[in-house]
Design a protein around this ligand. Structure first.
Ligand code: COA
Length: 436
């Protein structure tokens, strides 16, 4: 056995096994040879929430959580946020390279010409209740796109895959804007192909009676930076949902809807909405120490703090904090920033947060910017889902062409009853809801 290996002694049998180590991992399937007798199924790993299990090889996004580093295809997030547009970054994530001028022109043209949604989709959205949560509306409508583009099921055809990728990136802002206007009871606004990806989104959100929408360039750039920061984050809950659903060869609209559903939870993309509610609840700077004390006593969490991977300052939060100041120059200062800064200041010197390596994450400051721009908290996760679609699709595409991937199917440790005696219905006792 070469040096890159691990030797395991099974103390049940005294057998010794040498397992290869590759890229700092052992293959879980190599453990299956470790058996007590030929009838034994073999050793498995138990890893609830995938705390220490790599499920794929990926070249899309790199994170060093200890050092607070995030790179897309090898480029640091700070560099991309400073120099690129979101569509350049989407191209990078999907095709592995930043586009040259001609490629960017073609890519932008293609995406722009897929922003329109079918009229049946518009009518479908009109059927939702006026107070439906925009995220539920987005998830349902993205799933419904599968009814409009049935050819999308041919997931092994690269040409068809690429067409759905362009459609999804193009239509996501349109559906998001429609879900926003639906909640206000305003008529939907059609896309304007003269505008940039982000300015067009702003047009579909906010245009009223003016013949041509003019986006404020500072807000347009701030939104574009936020889109870049949210575009991908390797194997998080929604990306692994995208891969898991996609691994059954379900079509990309359904897989994207599933990923968006995963994003909606308060422990994932829904956290930005919760941060604003928390800041509202705290109300003023002087109540911050009391709130932190309650969190430390186990009453709730400090939303927008902590991360499964980052055990250092989330690099995206730093850029968002800087972007917030630029936005406030246009919109006026959102007073909640003072509460947020005070929360960060106190938490970062508190033993509880230091010991657990809890730092602000991407969601801590993003909601404050969105609110300053005029969005209600219900829209925040929708704003996250628009750019993350590029990341989900990059992960999906990588998974589909990876010869090592199969349908995702974890194992379990069964802890329930076995071979119970059947009881006819008239003899069964009522089961209390609590027990069930
Ligand atoms: C993101 C998150 C789900 C990661 O969870 P995780 O990796 O499973 O970490 P754990 O829940 O095991 O947390 C480890 C410890 O830190 C504590 N902790 C984690 N996040 C915390 C927070 N935001 N506020 C207070 N305590 C927190 C946990 O209670 C736990 O403490 P313990 O060791 O005394 O039990 C978690 O930090 C969280 O819920 N944060 C708030 C929601 C949020 O902002 N999500 C957006 C992520 S981008």
């Amino acid at each position: 056995m070469p040096n890159e290996s691990i030797t395991i002694t099974d103390n049940r049998t005294n057998h010794v096994y040498a397992l290869p180590i590759e890229n700092g991992t052992v293959r879980a399937m190599d453990l299956r040879q470790i058996k007590t007798d030929p009838e034994d199924f073999g050793l498995m790993t138990y890893d609830p929430a995938f705390m220490n299990t790599a499920s794929c090889r990926s070249s899309v996004t790199f994170i060093d959580g200890e050092r607070g580093i995030l790179e897309y295809r090898g480029y640091p997030i700070e560099v991309l946020a400073e120099h690129c547009t979101f569509l350049e970054v989407a191209h990078l994530l999907l095709f592995g390279e930043l586009p040259n001028e001609t490629q960017l022109k073609d890519w932008t043209y293609e995406i722009t010409h897929h922003t329109m949604v079918h009229e049946t989709t518009k009518r479908f959205m009109e059927g939702f209740r006026h107070d439906a949560h925009p995220m539920a509306l987005l998830v349902s409508t993205v799933a419904a796109l599968a009814t409009v583009y049935p050819e999308a099921r041919d997931v092994h055809n690269p040409r068809i895959r690429l067409l759905q990728i362009k459609r999804l990136i193009g239509k996501m802002p349109s559906i998001a804007a429609m879900s926003y206007r639906h909640s206000l009871g305003f008529p939907y606004v059609y896309p304007d192909n003269d505008l940039s990806y982000t300015a067009n989104f702003m047009n579909m959100l906010w245009r009223m009676v003016e013949p041509k929408y003019a986006a404020n360039p500072v807000l347009e750039r701030a939104l574009d930076i936020l889109f870049i920061l949210h575009a991908d984050h390797e194997q998080n809950c929604s990306a692994s949902t995208m891969r898991s659903v996609g691994s059954s060869h379900a079509d990309p609209y359904l897989a994207t809807a599933a990923a968006a559903a995963a994003l909606s939870g308060p422990l994932h993309g829904g956290a930005n909405e919760e941060v604003l509610r928390m800041l509202d609840e705290i109300g003023s700077k002087d109540r911050v120490p009391g709130y932190i004390k309650e969190v430390k006593e186990g009453h709730g969490k400090l939303m927008g703090f902590g991360h499964r991977v980052y055990k250092n300052y989330d690099p995206r939060a730093k850029i968002i904090k800087w972007t917030a100041e630029k936005v406030f120059e246009v919109t006026g200062r959102n007073p909640k920033i003072e509460i947020a800064l005070e929360l960060e200041r106190i938490a970062l010197q508190d033993e509880y947060f230091i010991k657990r390596k809890l730092y602000p994450n991407v969601d801590f400051y993003s909601g404050i910017i969105y609110e300053a721009m005029g969005f209600k908290p219900e829209m925040f996760t929708v704003l996250f889902a628009i750019p993350r679609t590029a990341g989900w699709l990059a992960q999906w595409q990588e998974m589909i062409v990876d010869p090592e991937q199969k349908i995702g199917r974890p194992r379990q440790i069964y802890i329930g009853s076995r071979m119970r005696e059947f009881v006819p219905i008239e003899k069964r006792e009522a089961v209390s809801a609590k027990k069930a």
